[in-house]
Design a protein around this ligand. Sequence first.
Ligand code: SIN
Length: 555
Amino acid sequence: MLEAIDQRRYLIPFRSQLLPHVFTDTLVIGAGVAGLRAAIEAAADGGDVILLGKGPRSQSATAWAQGGIAAARAAGDSVDEHIKDTTVAGAGLCDAAAVDVLVREGRDAVDELLEWGMRFDRDEDGAIAYGREGGHGRHRVLHTDGAATGRELMRCLSDIVPRVNGIREFDDCFALDLLTRDGDESGESRVLGAITHHTRFGLQIIWARSTILASGGAGQAYRETTNPKVATGDGLAMAYRAGARVGDLEFMQFHPTTLYVAGSARQLISEAVRGEGAYLVDQDGHRFMVEGHELAELAPRDVVSRAIVDRLARTQSEAVYLDVRHLDRDGFRRRFPGLVRELAAFDLDPARHLIPVHPSAHYTIGGVWTDLEGQTSLRGLLAAGEVSCTGAHGANRLASNSLLEGLVFGRRAGRRARRQAGQSQAPIKIVSEIPEPEHADLDLFDVASSLRSAMWRHVGIVRTGRRLDDVQDMFAFWGRYTMDMIFDEPAGWEVQNLLTNGALMTRAARWRTESRGVHCRLDHPEPDAAFTTHACWRRGDHAPVRVNATETVTP
Ligand code: SIN
């Protein structure tokens, strides 16, 4: 099925010795929370770091993150309770050691942010105001300006970066592929850096002793998504081409509530709104979550998303509604000033109107398989944040654990890279040869929108084996003429990466013949104990390697 994808090692033909070279100790690919935190750590003690950003930081998934950062810091809360909520949401697939690290070190990560001057919302007494979101048994989510936490986090980390000696920031720079030296006598390949494309300077090779992937998720593989345009799964696709193990790709998290107004972007309406008491109602005003789950609107988001899909089918409608009209008007305005402003642009006043919402693809739970220090299955390659998979989220990520993940595992990956910085790394000759394409020109926009629609309709919130088979055939067909092409700018490479992500997700979803967490198979509606395992794939594999979910993850 993945033949056309598996055949491509590099996206473009090149000869390394003919391109400009840059050298560094640590190359960090991605400048969201995980990348920034990793870079800061890797450069501590004088390490040299190149921090690569694909687009403007304001357009990153981190900057768009709303709800906040979950950390067990409020009076009466505990690490154990946060671990329990994370594990319950993860539906039997959480890696216990990863959850422990995430939650325990998450508290220190938040303390560090406070030291670095990050602003969080406070109550009238000046104490941090903790919010509550789906799946959390307590108020434990730190937030800024209501639901603009990601923006302030980016401001805070971006202010720290220039103060750390040794970080060179390369903006508008697209990483095409990881460079590898083929296996030595032990058969292991080693990552030596990346080939990149800069909007002004063109192609160049960055040789690095360690490379950290922190390039985010692949929400753009879906027609409906909360993710920014940059979220095209480039890191996952390039790691797969380089031979790294990738895992748990059947688990794409859908956020239940994105604004559903014709012409608006699929703007996330934070779960924090339900945390403040918003109801979800259908077009007849019926509050359907009350009969759907004991936590009603605050059930884990996979439960809420499926209940919405079910309700839309029953009522033959396009949207359900958030109803906040019973909440204190001024209190709501104070808590969510940005949301109130954004809704006003569509003539919606939450004190008077229902807010139309619909689920969208939100967070890529699976990713490049790592241990607890970000080490992937390839030497020289680390990964952190949404592009990675430590097993901490299991089959369903708990709300507001993702910025936390970027902070905790970004720091760990940076520290690991710093330890490797002394190892010498000489450049080598790498030649990528690709035959001339056999196929005619391609309408990139058409391929991208077809694959995004197919993913949304058939590899979305509910799935069936028959539909997944159809989508797999489509990917095989699209792959033959899309992976065959040689592009010379990011738009083409992004479509090739989206195709790779979509095909890998579809293959993984076909393989998992059960329902668990965010992965719902109508033809296999129950969890199956035989699938209490992670599934990892490598380029060329026909079956996954299973990793026991309760073990510490080893790459
Ligand atoms: C939200 O604000 O609802 C999103 C938070 C998250 O994805 O964790």
